[in-house]
Design a binder for this molecule. Structure first.
Ligand SMILES: [Zn+2]
Length: 302
């Protein structure tokens, strides 16, 4: 496996605050705009790799602050979504895009099956394996862990100004999203999107679908299993802005301590995806205000 990830120059996934005791697990799919040196920037100038097409600006520092405030483990991807979007099933056209918004991605044109498999095996698989392990740990510790996915979106998309300050995205299960929407809208200060600017039909709920409705085969938990269940639920276009992020911490040591019997044979965890408009979290002060606001709301619901 060593040589498999060598080309990445870094681990594909980072785990922070792994022992966090809070009832939440945080995930940040598009935390980084890193492109491995061997891919030569995918043929793009640095100016394109700074744009939201490569990552979700501001999402990682916001997720980190929430991780502190909620004492929650945080899993984030360490590679740009332009290399491989961990929030898409590998069979989805949005997994490795040849064009994002109006930008062609030269390094993704007509890539071989081997190159596609290399990216899936060295980025997608370890990312979701780590998240599996972290959720299993949380299930072992908490009655009802909740999974919060943190993203950001660009204020102007295809010349259209977006009014929402934050979007609360959810699937059919609204146990977490409904009270969160009510709380965020309570003082009338913010424009809060309900499945806006994206919705699960756009394909953006892949990570949460995959992990929150996971089927467990039996009482014992098998952390090493990799790409088990539930993949592949999304369809639809590439949409939210994304990247993924940073240098790596190993997660393997977590697995051992979660080996006790698991009563959850049919997991149905509460989840929500938060989309912050990136200009509202571009400064430290802006991020702090949103982090405190979200912490209050999430604690009130829990
Ligand atoms: Zn995103």
């Amino acid at each position: 496996m060593q040589e498999l990830s060598d080309w990445l120059d870094r681990e594909a996934v980072t785990l922070e605050n792994p022992r966090g005791l809070g009832p939440f697990v945080l995930v940040c799919d598009h935390a980084s705009n890193w492109v491995p040196t061997s891919l030569k920037g995918l043929g793009l100038p640095d100016s394109e790799l700074e744009r939201h097409i490569a990552w979700d600006p501001g999402a990682l520092p916001l997720a980190r602050r929430l991780s502190e405030l909620l004492d929650a483990p945080l899993v984030h991807a360490a590679v740009s979504r332009l290399v491989l979007d961990v929030n898409r099933d590998p069979s989805h056209p949005g997994s490795i895009v040849t064009r994002s918004e109006d930008t062609d991605i030269p390094g993704n044109q007509e890539i071989s099956a081997e190159e596609r498999a290399r990216r899936v095996q060295s980025i997608y698989e370890p990312y979701h394996r780590t998240l599996d392990e972290v959720i299993e740990q949380s299930v072992a510790r908490n009655e009802s862990p909740q999974i919060i996915s943190v993203h950001s979106f660009t204020p102007i998309y295809r010349q259209e100004q977006r009014p929402w300050h934050i979007g609360v995205l959810h699937g059919e299960d609204e146990r977490l999203s409904r009270p969160l929407l009510e709380l965020l809208r309570a003082d009338g200060e913010f424009c809060v999107g309900d499945n806006q600017p994206y919705a699960p039909t756009d394909g953006v709920y892949h990570t949460l679908h995959r992990h929150c409705t996971r089927q467990y085969a039996g009482a014992g938990m098998n952390s090493g299993g990799g790409m088990s269940s539930g993949a592949g639920s999304d369809s639809g276009g590439a949409s939210d802005s994304g990247g993924a992020s940073s240098s790596g911490t190993a997660s393997g040591s977590l697995a051992a301590s979660s080996a006790k019997a698991n009563p959850h044979t049919n997991l149905n965890l509460r989840s929500v995806l938060l989309e912050l408009r990136s200009d509202t979290i571009s400064s430290e002060d802006g991020r702090e205000q949103w982090a405190l606001r979200l912490e209050r709301a999430l604690r009130a619901i829990h």
